[in-house]
Design a protein around this ligand. Structure first.
Ligand code: G6P
Ligand code: ZN
Length: 542
């Protein structure tokens, strides 16, 4: 039976950097999720006759939300839903399935790297038929629809059993429940030299993968342990849990501290990696050496040709604006184009679809390629493994070689979390107001060359995005960026991105925080961080 439920529109259902993200209990309010799902349907012209992929990272409310979406899709005439067993899919796996089965898009249930649980965060986003996050034209249409909604239709029937792999139905809608891992693992085998990696492992190479009790556990176990022959137990925290076992599944040195301790310790394995809640982020670490995400992108770009999937070379490289310029140097050496986009994977979609870029990366621990339309944590780990096996060198040796060749972009991000929104807004407003007066000023013995608020015109579709971060550029390739996070659910997070280029051959092995000290001091001074936030030190340093 189909029921029409009258509703009053909710305020504030505005998608951020990556879909709608709120406290789980906000989503659990009667009709809250339903209203947003209805707005998604409206933004894509309804779901009648369409096929959708549905899955999430297994966090609290994933199961309930999956049933709600199925019941609404069935009531509104969707032809077919493809679902990971128990409603589970990593974000890159969902992107792949959308493309593989040529579907009309998909719904991903996740708040990515934010903690999970009834008292933590939940989220939902829509990905397009190309497998990528909805562009701003669609997310704006979603937000508009949330404000005018008066009812939604839902199928009133017993929930299908999502534990049972196979075909079932809800009303006239066919439901395919699939193994969430297989298709993605198969795709990885087509891109990387699994025999070479297996041989490297058999010759004694060791690694640790911390899945942080989130979705990549089953993917990493299948690929690293079952298909590549790393010993059982290589993947730790491998079972996805509704609250991620209390872990904060954000793979950075602060939150993946267990992995960091092991990798910086006496008996460190050769290589370490971690992934986030929904499996699209990655952090890589060598024995005794942390690789910053910006450097990781550059190294992957410089060595991608060693992997079979990229043997023909890269079309181009794209990075988000706050990501360091290390990858640009590789692109120039390879004589291929490079692109600087606003923060958010959605901005890479047009470049990937048009074949302008093959590799993309962000300082926020995201790397990926044109194999899907999301960043892909396990993919990055496998490309690293392929490179380590092909070059038969350690991570430290590869980094040293890279910096000697290209110079080093010292880089760090300082996050000030839980700042009152009005204070964060005031800080940004003051910076914007000061922009015209900054060029020419000398701070910490460095002269400001230019300052602006980053705006981007998409070279493929011409769409314009403004106010994407305050950029302060100094002479000598030093840079400070200020931006407010678009993925938080409480207060504001001020992100300060710091960069300084060191051409070498000397001073390539300094501590990043020490190398950046004058830039950090200048960043505090220019934005008056203490005045606006009362903070003198960041909560997270990457
Ligand atoms: C999500 C997006 C990334 C983006 C990141 C930025 O993870 O998928 O593409 O880089 O958010 O987050 P922020 O909190 O800085 O807006
Ligand atoms: Zn994520």
């Amino acid at each position: 039976m189909i029921r029409t439920i009258p509703v009053t529109a909710f305020a504030g259902q505005k998608p951020g950097t990556s879909g709608l993200r709120k406290k789980t209990r906000v989503f659990m309010q009667p009709h809250y999720l339903e209203c947003f799902v209805q707005a998604i349907f409206a933004s894509i012209g309804g779901v009648a006759g369409k096929t959708l992929v549905i899955g999430g990272d297994g966090r609290f409310y994933n199961d309930r939300a999956t049933h709600i979406i199925l019941a609404m899709a069935a009531a509104q005439g969707a032809a077919r839903a493809i679902i990971g067993q128990n409603g589970l899919l990593s974000t890159p796996a969902a992107s792949h399935l959308i493309r593989l089965h040529k579907t009309d898009g998909g719904m991903i249930l996740s708040a990515s790297h934010n903690p999970g649980g009834e008292a933590a965060d939940f989220g939902i986003k829509f990905n397009m038929p190309n497998g990528g996050p909805a562009p701003e034209s669609i997310t704006n249409a979603m937000f508009a629809a949330t404000q005018t909604l008066t009812s939604y239709d839902i199928y009133d029937a017993p929930a299908p059993n999502l534990a049972q792999i196979g075909q079932t139905a809800l009303g006239d809608m066919r439901i395919d429940i699939i193994n969430p891992v297989t298709a993605h693992a198969d795709l990885m085998e087509t891109l990387f030299d699994f025999p070479a990696i297996r041989a490297h492992i058999a010759a004694g190479f060791t690694m640790r993968f911390d899945a942080m009790c989130a979705i990549t556990g089953p993917y990493a176990v299948e690929v690293l342990e079952n298909r590549l022959g790393l010993p059982a137990g290589t993947v730790t925290h491998a079972t996805p849990l509704p609250d991620f076992g209390g872990m904060h599944p954000d793979p950075n040195p602060t939150w993946a501290h267990e992995l960091m301790d092991e990798m910086m310790g006496q008996n460190a394995p050769d290589f370490g990696a971690a992934s986030d809640g929904d499996g699209d982020r990655n952090m890589v670490v060598g024995a005794g050496i942390y690789v910053s995400p910006s450097d990781s992108l550059a190294v992957l770009a410089a060595n991608a040709h060693l992997a079979p999937g990229y043997a023909a070379g890269l079309e181009g490289i794209a990075r988000s604006m706050p990501t360091s310029a290390a990858a640009d140097r590789v692109a120039r050496a390879l004589n291929i184009p490079y692109f600087e986009t606003p923060t958010g994977w959605k901005f890479f979609g047009t470049l990937l679809d048009a074949g302008h870029a093959t590799l993309c990366g962000e300082e926020s621990f995201g790397t990926g390629s044109d194999h899907v339309r999301e960043k892909d944590g396990l993919w990055a780990v496998l490309l690293w493994l392929n490179i380590l096996a092909s070059r038969n060198q350690s991570v430290a040796e590869i980094m040293t070689d890279h910096w000697q060749t290209y110079g080093r972009n010292y880089y760090s991000r300082h996050d000030f979390e839980g700042v009152a929104t009005e204070n964060a807004d005031a800080l940004m407003a003051a910076l914007r107001a000061a922009l015209p007066t900054l060029p020419g000023q000398t701070i910490e013995k460095m002269t400001i060359k230019s300052a602006d608020d980053f705006a981007y015109t998409d070279p493929v579709d011409g769409s314009v995005t403004t106010q994407q971060g305050i950029r302060i550029l100094f002479a000598d390739d030093c840079r400070i960026i200020y931006r407010l996070s678009g993925t938080g659910t409480e207060g504001a997070t001020l992100r300060v991105y710091l960069e300084r280029y060191q051409p070498g051959p000397d001073n390539l092995h300094l501590d990043a925080q020490a190398a950046l000290a004058p830039i950090i001091a200048a960043a505090h001074h220019i934005a008056q961080i203490k005045v606006h936030t009362t903070r003198t030190a960041p909560d997270v340093v990457t």
